[in-house]
Design a protein around this ligand. Structure first.
Ligand code: 5AD
Ligand code: SF4
Length: 477
């Protein structure tokens, strides 16, 4: 999956929903280490990626991983604060772990990620079950924090760094299909969208050393991976400078460098910001066949007044200009997806209609759709009133889901009769006789297994579709 954030309840296809559920849990590993770690991740892809860093740190300090919480000596929940329902899931899960802890008082339970950063020591006061709290920039400190817990105290590190990128830590790939992997290229966000808690939980934006990114991409390719997704909250503002200031790399240049690792390595990225995505980036995508024609470009709203209240720093016409540039430079078949929030503070029915009309105009391939959830401490929570009633938020959410369902289906129907190159990722969820992969636009394609192998590229003639999936048969060249 290439989008940065996931909301299990609103994913467009069943396949993705299942993949999402699967990605939660860590793998079983038995290299004879003394203790076992169980790690569960929530929220954005960045969190999943961070869990792979955490596992690497823990592995170097005497831990194997397990997929069964009842076999674990340490349980980590890598948490998300983006919407209230994400936090509620974690509270519920903690209650379940309380039972395990009663059975095994030696068990250590730690909260990592955005909720750890947001609620800090509150976890230790409120829930006796939590022993350790570590924010997103504190993962190198985990062995020390575990030692503190071993010695009988509670342990907390929620310090946010201006430099930490974990550049030198090789992630342990959890639940990997061996084909596609995520590479974190930056951390934090400086954008301050008024609804968003991320700048407070993940801190200031910083870019990772380009050399370490290229080493990671090369290493993945050597190990058989065929697709990497470059991850950041706002990849277009990637900017790295060497200490001697002789090397300066922006996102378009980084994209080009990664594309050159090998023409057989597909490159994706997420998330782009409409105010920052440059024509240079679009021309780079066009120039390299192995950079996928897919852009996740969250609009959030189609109305200028709401966009301003959200502090998105662009207008509807600026956004549409970027869409026009994508269609002109890359091509009208470039996959485009979005994030939409309905029922933001003071949104009127007319303003909601503007969002619907934007969606009709752009014709997104996919959309991730949410109703507004006020987050404590954000500018919107401080300055605006969350005054759209829940049932109206819900109805507006249904309106946009309905438009998107129709558009996804009609986009997919247009592909019937066309041939798509697909990178095979695994078995189809419905049948072991079928394989699944994605086309360049990131749409799932399902076809009969034949003798094809996971990790192979195949050309598939599309014969049928649902709104989430293209169905076809492999064409031998
Ligand atoms: N309420 C609802 N959705 C939100 N998002 C971010 N903050 C909130 C919030 N407070 C959505 C935005 C963002 C995506 C990752 O999550 O659409 O792009
Ligand atoms: Fe949040 Fe906006 Fe940054 Fe995305 S760009 S993480 S929505 S502040």
């Amino acid at each position: 999956m290439t989008r940065l954030f996931k909301d299990i309840d609103l994913l467009p296809s069943k396949e993705e929903k299942e993949a999402c559920e699967l990605a939660k849990v860590s793998l079983d590993q038995d290299t004879g280490k003394q203790r076992k770690l169980y790690i569960e991740s929530y929220g954005c892809q960045m969190n999943y990626s961070d869990s792979e860093i955490v596992t690497s740190v823990m592995q170097d300090n005497g831990f194997d991983t397990t997929s069964k919480p009842d076999l674990a000596d340490v349980i980590f929940l890598n948490t998300c604060s983006i919407r209230d329902n994400a936090e509620q899931k974690v509270w519920k899960r903690l209650k379940e772990f309380q039972i395990l802890k009663r059975k095994n008082p030696e068990l250590t339970v730690g909260i990592l990620g955005c909720m750890a950063e947001r609620l800090k020591t509150k976890f230790l006061e409120k829930e006796k079950i939590v022993d350790l709290v570590a924010g997103p920039d504190a993962y190198r400190d985990l062995p020390k924090l575990i030692n503190q817990v071993d010695e009988g105290s509670k342990a907390v590190n929620v310090f946010l760094s201006r430099e930490e990128t974990y550049a030198d830590i090789t992630p342990v790939r959890l639940n990997s299909n061996g084909v596609s992997a995520f590479i974190s290229i930056m951390r934090g966000c400086d954008n301050m969208c008024s609804f968003c808690v991320v700048p407070y939980t993940r801190g200031r934006e910083r870019s990772r050393d380009v050399h370490s990114i290229l080493v990671e991409a090369n290493d993945l390719f050597q190990k058989g991976f065929r697709e990497v997704t470059l991850l950041g909250q706002n990849v277009d503002s990637y900017k790295w400078q060497s200490e001697d200031q002789k090397e300066n790399v922006n996102f378009a240049q980084l994209l080009e460098l990664v594309a050159r690792v090998n023409p057989m390595l597909r490159v994706r990225f997420s998330t782009s910001h409409p105010k920052d995505i440059t024509d240079d980036v679009l021309y780079t995508i066009k120039k390299y066949d192995n950079i996928c024609n897919y852009i996740h470009l969250p609009a959030q709203s189609g109305n200028d007044r709401i966009l301003e209240l959200m502090n998105r720093t662009y207008t509807r016409s600026w956004y549409l200009d970027r869409i026009e540039a994508i269609n002109r430079i890359i091509g009208a078949d470039c996959g485009i997806s979005t994030d939409i929030i309905t029922g933001f503070c003071s949104e009127t029915e007319e303003e909601h209609q503007d969002t619907l009309s934007l969606m009709e105009q752009v014709r997104y391939h996919f959309a991730y759709m949410f109703s507004y959830s006020e987050r404590p401490g954000t500018p919107a929570a401080k300055k605006l009133i969350d005054d759209v009633p829940e049932e109206i938020k819900k109805r507006r959410l249904n309106d946009i889901i309905e438009v998107q369902a129709r558009t996804s289906l009609s986009r997919n129907q247009e592909e019937i009769g066309k041939v798509h190159q697909v990178l095979i990722e695994g078995y189809s969820k419905k049948s072991q006789q079928q394989l699944m992969g994605r086309n360049t636009q990131n749409t799932v394609v399902v076809f009969d297994k034949g003798n094809y192998q996971i990790g192979q590229y195949v050309d598939v003639m599309i014969e049928n579709c649902t709104r989430g999936t293209l169905l076809g048969k492999v064409i031998e060249n």
